[in-house]
Ligand binder design. Sequence first.
Ligand code: DC
Length: 237
Amino acid sequence: MRRELIVAIDGPSGAGKSTLSKLLARALNYTNIDTGAMYRCIALAASRRDIDPADEESLGRLGRSVRIEFLRSNGGERVLLDGEDVSAAIRTPEISLLTSRVSACLAVREAMVELQRRMGEKGGVVLEGRDIGTVVFPGAEAKFFLVASAKERGRRRYEELCAKGHDVDLAQTVSEVEARDAADSAREHAPLVQAPDAVAIDSTVMTIDEVLAVMLEVVRKRRSRAGFSENDGGERP
Ligand code: DC
């Protein structure tokens, strides 16, 4: 029997999922799994191999053949694609747009979902993405749906890209966020929707600490509801 929870954090890009899932995982001593990074790896590999994003068969084959690993080091979390550190390469605006297309491919989704289930089945994990609470782990004990206004999410993404030295335009970044939202919500396979049993949190005017406090409280209640005592591991003293 599992002794620790599966925590799902879903929502659109820029709502704070990455920051919150890292902090939540750290507070609970759980493993953090960034599923968006996995789809980004497939997009990067496809672009390097010149695979047409409409070629579902080749994309599926690629999804089943690449090796994706997360490495936790002192310098933060690194993403390895076939052993190469691609943490920065998967975050460019071009790869973000391509990922939106590649992640709509059913064969790619099937390969990633299988991998995510293997990574998380033992519990003690926080998975962040778009379909964790609906498709990957519909039985997750704690589910969150994190949202924020498109304007605020675009502003956050803009600041993030500027800090990394990218030459970007605020209005264009907001419209890219909106375009990706529309594509992620309208796609046929695993569209972005809130699970009926997810706790919705709007982070537009909340601080990171405030959102984290809400999440920790929900997780604490779910742990005791699931019969996991506070002393079974998990939360650090
Ligand atoms: O969270 P992110 O911005 O790194 O996600 C990149 C893309 O991958 C985004 O277009 C949505 C898609 N994605 C998905 O379809 N399913 C997931 N579980 C995670 C991300």
